[in-house]
Design a protein around this ligand. Structure first.
Ligand code: F6R
Length: 619
């Protein structure tokens, strides 16, 4: 959460800072700010609200060096005083800092700095960093050294960008457990910095990923000299970090013809799933190597599975449990990462610990993985959408979903690609365990080949879901029902609806209705039901009868042949034939489309729902 961009250049960097913040706005969007340094003149602009407010506040301003930030409040309310950059100004010296992450010992540092005469203008944890660097800069002649001295006092996670009025043409950035990367250009005319590659690809695809502990000092001897970078460790010794060329392009992060990123990302699902499955569907058979070079040796040791994740990624784990138990015969449990990390659990040998995350930076998922490892769990696998993420680096085995950047806060294509990956994993584990016959394997690969086309066909029903959405606009509550492997799909549908439309939505396994929730049902309660034509179809039909008898209006997403006919109070949209084991991947898409259109009809900012941010990097 929160986004950082910074740059030192021969040219004006303010347009890049504003555009970069716009790219990162999905990471946090309650306030934004920037600071520029021209010679020794440090200037700061901040605005509560979106990046466009900052753009207006800084209109007409130009500078060759700057740092900028878009915030998602953790410490302190959403006010201009709490917006970054934070400044420390005293004795003719001014320091500005932008920060992602959390300084855990900020309270004690604040107390000590106050005693040493520093006055605080915000409630943030970040302001201590500005004062610590300011103080240290008074004791050493170099900003890089001052930042190191300040960092030695910090506990927690941070990506930092720092400028000081005593140090013209100098930008110092540092990383500790929060992503930060540099963008390099030909002829060393500029160096760009960002917390996410999507902010850099409009300028360059040559990136250097900083590692934990790294500090980069970006300087220019004179206005016309090259911009140089020195990467250092905590002692100031030079480090070599290789540059890589990212495959991410400007088009990948551009909205194109779509009205919202969520709309774009829903539409991209057939392509994203096809890209995720690409290496498999071409081949005639599946191999453990898909999950990393060690998988061949490790998978035969797997006797059970533990899945750890949050939010939508947790729901994909819940779906996978059905596959892993049914197809691979592996006992599987799925836990919310934020709970597991604080629970004393019993570590059983032979457990494959799977962490699932779109971003690979979710603090609770990372901590849950560390907790599992600390308990002696050796077999770790991450399923993640971001190749350079912390999660990918922290696991022995990995599978990259190839959804491309997901920018809408409500996760869509990440979910369907995670499911595709988890289904593949199930097949591979089943094969390793000798419970997948060659015929069943060939059939499964064939159904995966067809999956992108099936997704594309579901997407064509969008106008029908849009029509349903109009009936939800005035509602305050909704129930989602599913059975079996589709009950996590009902949970995902309820999550999508609540997070972007702000309608209170709950999901139940349909068989659970009469044990309590049926009391909620009346004519004002819309009930969305996921109705595949599977072995539970008849049971679901009886559950829906119970609801209808209490006056609840039903919105049923049914497979052809599921036996649910439209009638008074029963709306039905039919998808294609039952897609067998892959059915949940198709049934979630209508629920995404419904949530999208309800949120639009209620006039909400679909990509940036209130109080939320993409990538929850704090606890
Ligand atoms: C909901 C949503 C969140 C995320 C959750 C985990 O639409 O996006 O619930 O799924 O914050 O994020 P990742 O997958 O990045 O670990």
């Amino acid at each position: 959460m929160c986004g950082i961009v910074a740059a030192l250049s021969h040219h004006d960097v303010v347009p890049f800072l504003i555009e970069g913040l716009r790219r990162l706005e999905y990471r946090g969007y309650d306030s934004a700010g920037l600071a520029t340094l021209t010679g020794q003149h440090l200037q700061r602009f901040r605005a509560v609200g979106r990046v466009k407010e900052l753009e207006e506040a800084s209109a007409g301003h130009a500078a060759p060096l700057g740092i900028a930030h878009t915030r998602w409040a953790t410490h302190g309310a959403v006010t201009q005083d709490n917006a970054h950059p934070h400044r420390s100004e005293r004795d003719g010296r001014s320091v500005c800092v932008v920060h992602n992450g959390i300084i855990e010992n900020h309270a004690e540092l604040r107390e000590a700095l106050r005693e040493r005469g520093y006055v605080f203008a915000s409630q943030t944890d970040t302001e201590v960093v500005a004062h610590l660097v300011h103080e240290a800069r008074g004791r050493t002649a170099s900003l890089a050294e001052a930042v190191r001295m300040a960092r030695a006092q910090l506990r927690g996670a941070y990506a930092l960008g720092i400028v000081c009025s005593d140090d013209p043409r100098t930008l110092v950035v540092a990383r500790q457990a929060a992503p930060l990367m540099l963008g390099l250009t030909a002829h060393q005319q500029s160096v760009f910095v960002a917390s996410d590659a999507s902010a850099l690809v409009s300028q360059t695809q040559t990136l250097v990923y900083l590692e934990d502990g790294d500090q980069a000092v970006i300087t220019q001897v004179s206005e016309s000299s090259p911009v140089v970078v020195r990467i250092e460790d905590m002692q100031g010794a030079a480090l070599v970090r290789e540059s890589t060329t990212t495959s991410l392009t400007h088009d990948d992060v551009d909205l194109g013809p779509y009205a919202h990123y969520m709309q774009k990302e829903m539409a991209e699902q057939p392509g994203a799933v096809a890209a995720t499955l690409e290496t498999v569907v071409g081949a005639g058979s599946l191999a453990p190597g898909l999950f990393g070079s060690e998988a061949e040796g490790l998978f035969p040791q797997v006797q059970r599975v533990l899945i750890l994740a949050c939010g939508t990624s947790y729901h994909s784990g819940l779906v996978a449990r059905y596959w892993l138990e049914d197809i691979a015969g592996l006992p599987t449990s799925v836990e919310i990462a934020s709970e597991y990390r604080y629970r004393k659990s019993v570590a059983e040998p032979g457990t494959l610990v799977i962490t699932i995350s779109q971003s690979g930076e979710t603090a609770d998922t990372l901590a849950a993985l560390e907790h599992a490892k600390a308990q002696g769990q050796q077999l770790t696998l991450s399923i993640c959408n971001v190749p350079e993420s912390s999660l990918i680096r922290a696991s022995r085995l990995r599978f990259l979903t190839r959804a491309g950047p997901e920018i809408g806060v409500a996760s869509t294509k990440a979910f369907t690609t995670q499911l595709a990956a988890l289904y593949l994993l199930t097949l591979v584990l089943a094969k390793v365990r000798g419970v997948l016959s060659p015929g069943a394997e060939a059939e499964a690969i064939q159904s995966l080949r067809h999956l992108p086309a099936a997704l594309a066909s579901v997407l064509t029903a969008e106008p029908e879901f849009q029509a349903w959405a109009a009936e939800f606009v005035e509602k305050e509550h909704a129930l989602f029902l599913g059975r079996g492997i589709h009950s996590p799909i009902a949970m995902e549908g309820a999550l999508k609806l609540k997070e972007i439309s702000y309608i209170h939505a709950e999901a139940y396994a349909a068989g659970e209705l009469k044990h309590g929730p049926l009391a909620l049902v009346d004519a004002n309660m819309p009930i969305v039901a996921v109705a595949p034509n599977d072995q539970l179809a008849e049971k679901l039909r009886s559950n829906l009868e119970e609801v209808r008898a209490r006056g609840g209006v039903l919105y049923v997403v049914a497979d052809q042949g599921a036996g649910i006919e439209p009638s008074d109070g029963v709306r039905v949209i039919e998808l294609g034939d039952h897609a067998g084991a892959l059915s949940p991947i198709l049934h979630v898409v209508p629920l995404q489309m419904l949530a999208y259109h309800v949120a639009l009809a209620r006039g909400h900012d679909v990509d940036k729902p209130r109080n939320l941010a993409k990538s929850v990097t704090v606890e």
